[in-house]
Design a protein. Structure first.
Length: 466
């Protein structure tokens, strides 16, 4: 059995497998259970810590997970977990019918154990992820951590996911009667809330930035905090065609994977060459900490040269693409340049209507100083709230994120009609920039060449560059 799915482009996707074809017909449930238990025992072996051993200490239905591994399918199907007063933040999962059948027939004693644990609801095993909105960059006091762990032990399965792609802290649980109590406990005992699931603003994330990183080009923590203050209703009440994500990376290393995992992205960068402390670099060369020839050869654009006579490392700012390769290898002798700022990008997604895509550069550079950073931040949030999200919420299809909308509209039309380009006093400069960064800062592989060059011309005109 199969069906054809019509697309909005006027053609069919062809033959797509039906649910009956995706899941194999299990003729011998006991054999599947036996294989699953073998997988569990195998995963306990080895000198490294075993997550299976740790999961056995909790109430997680480990056998269901192993059955999913044995069959090559996820054991969980989509479910729901309604709680009064909570409009987002709870993800419901329920045993897939095939997994339920295998356990009931192949390991009936397992279901009796689930009943004793109290993780059955309406005769089925449910898994609920209660997403707790986490602090910026994962900074957390030991007191807060102890309270959340106690809530997890008493009201959940004893499993807390501290780091994931969402940036939230999901508490994994099952007992439906305890879900509302868990939400109230989080709200009363901690300075945070439950949210970030569904068609809402998912948990916005940032890197540690100036708190612990010498490469940070702007205050990521302040930008994170302002998003929370500006859009609390976005995180807790579904009102959009699909989800929204913000991510703030302090430098081009992008250690939080913002480029492919968020709709609205701010990445720290700089103009010109990186700062090179020649004396410090010579010391590192002398002690053997760095090999200057290796650093030069590893530069992807050939921006670096090593002068054997003067023992100086030189960088051509017009060739430097801020890949951070030399900085990672030779800090603190090499650090980001003095003329720091931010790059604004939009549309990076892993899951969306048009599939995975990297973010597109909207504004290559806005200079950041201690005096103007808050002004730039407020302008950015106004741009997102009043122009981009307003248009997206009006015109996007279901499950279409802003990156999909920019492709459907074409990038040129999206920039002109939706963004209307940035505030002049923030971006436009009277003198030409010291390097032609606008030529290399548009990684739009999916956009036609003519659209790409129209954007370049529009950017030249906005910057007053001939």
């Amino acid at each position: 059995m199969s069906w054809k799915v019509p697309t909005r482009f006027g053609y069919y996707t062809g033959s797509a497998p039906s649910p009956e074809e995706i899941w194999p017909d299990i003729k011998d449930p006991k054999k599947v259970v036996e294989k699953a238990r073998q997988i569990i025992e195998e995963m306990k072996k080895g000198p490294w810590p075993s997550f299976v051993k740790e999961a056995e200490k909790s109430q997680y239905p480990l056998l269901a997970w192993a059955i999913g591994v044995a069959l090559g399918r996820s054991p969980w199907d989509t479910g729901a977990s309604p709680v009064p007063g909570v409009y987002s933040g709870l993800l419901g999962r329920v045993f897939h019918a095939t997994v339920e059948k295998v356990i009931r027939e192949g390991a009936p004693e397992e279901y009796k154990k689930y009943e004793e644990w109290g993780i059955l609801f309406a005769g089925k095993v449910y898994e609920v992820h209660a997403r707790i909105l986490s602090p910026p960059a994962g900074f957390m006091s030991t007191t807060l951590m102890r309270v959340i762990c106690e809530i997890t032990d008493k009201l959940g399965w004893g499993i807390l996911q501290l780091r994931g792609g969402t940036g939230a802290m999901p508490v994994v649980m099952s007992d439906q009667s305890k879900v509302e109590r868990l939400v109230m406990a989080v709200r009363l005992l901690t300075p945070t809330d439950v949210g970030g699931s569904g068609d809402v603003l998912r948990t916005w994330t940032c890197c540690p930035g100036p708190a612990s990183c010498p490469f940070a080009c702007y205050d990521t923590l302040m930008w994170w905090e302002e998003v929370g203050k500006r859009f609390p209703d976005w995180a807790t009440y579904p009102q959009f065609p699909y989800k929204i994500k913000f991510k703030f990376s302090g430098c081009p290393i992008d250690c939080i994977k913002a480029l492919v995992g968020a709709d609205y992205i701010v990445i720290g960068t700089w103009l010109g060459a990186p700062q090179i402390d020649q004396e410090e670099f010579r010391k590192m060369v002398k002690t053997g900490e760095v090999d200057p020839k290796e650093i030069v050869e590893s530069c992807p654009t050939g921006a670096l040269t090593w002068d054997e006579q003067s023992l100086e490392l030189k960088c051509d700012p017009r060739k430097c693409v801020k890949c951070m390769n030399c900085i990672i290898r030779a800090n603190p002798a090499i650090l980001p340049g003095k003329n720091k700022g931010v790059m604004i990008l939009i549309g990076g997604t892993i899951k969306s209507r048009m599939g995975p895509k990297m973010a597109a550069v909207l504004i290559p550079f806005i200079r950041i100083t201690p005096e103007n950073e808050r002004k730039v931040l407020n302008w950015f949030l106004d741009l997102v709230e009043k122009k981009i999200v307003a248009k997206w919420a009006d015109t996007a299809f279901v499950r279409e994120r802003v990156g999909d909308l920019s492709i459907r509209m074409t990038w040129e039309k999206f920039v002109k009609e939706v963004v209307e380009h940035p505030a002049p006093d923030l971006v436009i400069r009277k003198e030409p920039p010291p390097e032609p960064y606008y030529k290399d800062a548009i990684p739009f592989a999916m956009i036609p060449r003519d659209q790409k060059w129209k954007y370049v011309e529009a950017l030249k005109k906005a910057l007053g560059v001939s």
